[in-house]
Design a protein around this ligand. Structure first.
Ligand code: ADP
Ligand code: MG
Length: 256
């Protein structure tokens, strides 16, 4: 059975999608079977995995509403060597349409239960909001990976996210835990980065992943080619860091 992880942070532009796509590709390099679920109507993870979000035959939207199943909607990321449940802006409508449905926080969980034997990892790229979509991600997952930049305001938003995770854990999904905080876009030359990084370790201990993802231009360039950074330039510092993070995750799930 797959271990299911949400990549979440309610802030935009903090590296959620980059982390989801490159962790998926990094895990695939380590021979793990991976499904990436794009839960963001922006469809950036879909595009970053090399799948055209325009004119999808079926998508996360239909899966959430129960009009298609995951097996029909998923596609292969050829460059990334993983499967993708793709999304596009249609998914924004699901937020409203789901209000009418039963069991609306658990739509994604129920849909994934049908395919979870086919994968080692299911990674969910969440939208930048604590919305009904994100709630579905949190209800489906065993754990949350929180990417964050080591800057002052990063810590400020963190308590809202941690409180939401605690509430979901208490009321909806007792399996849910914070797996870890991932330091991304890290610039070791900045004193503030070093200070915030040290603070995180002090405060969150072994909840902070050992792997640090550096700021690396190759990771930022890759999406415009529709290829994960890990595949685009496997020798780059960014790609190497995400492969190391994949190895760290493989180790972590053995202890779960
Ligand atoms: P989110 O999904 O949280 O909105 P993204 O993953 O889309 O964030 O990242 C925001 C921007 O930062 C994108 O332009 C992405 O290419 C860039 N980016 C993310 N991680 C890195 C990194 N490690 N090095 C350089 N650029 C990065
Ligand atoms: Mg994103």
């Amino acid at each position: 059975m797959a271990k299911i992880f949400c990549v979440a942070n309610q802030k935009g532009g903090v590296g959620k999608t980059t982390t989801t796509v490159n962790l998926a590709a990094g895990l695939a390099k380590l021979d793990q079977r991976v499904l990436l679920v794009d839960l963001d109507p922006q469809g950036n993870a879909t595009m970053g995995a090399g799948i055209n979000k325009a004119g999808l035959k079926a998508s996360t939207y239909e899966v959430m509403l129960g009009t298609a199943d995951v097996a029909a909607a998923r596609q292969r990321s050829e460059p990334g060597h993983f499967d993708v449940l793709p999304s596009n802006r249609e998914l924004a409508g699901a937020e409203v349409e789901m209000v009418e449905l039963d069991n609306r926080e658990r739509r994604l969980k129920d849909a994934l239960a049908v395919v979870d034997k086919e994968y080692d990892f299911i990674l969910i790229d969440c939208p930048p909001a604590l919305s009904m979509l994100t709630l579905n991600g949190l209800c489906a997952a065993h754990g949350v990976i929180i990417p964050m930049q080591c800057e002052y305001y990063a810590l400020e938003g963190l308590s809202d996210l941690v409180n939401t995770i605690k509430k979901v854990h208490a009321n909806l999904n007792p399996d849910l835990k914070i797996i870890g905080l991932l330091r991304v876009m890290f610039d070791p030359r900045m004193t503030l980065s070093q200070q915030v990084s040290a603070q995180l370790e002090q405060h969150f201990g072994d909840k902070v992943f050992k792997t640090i993802i550096p700021r690396n231009v190759r990771l930022a360039e890759a999406p415009s080619y529709g290829v994960p950074g890990v595949t685009f330039d496997p020798t780059s510092k960014g790609a190497q860091a995400y492969i190391a993070f994949g190895a760290e995750m493989v180790k972590r799930i053995k202890k779960m």
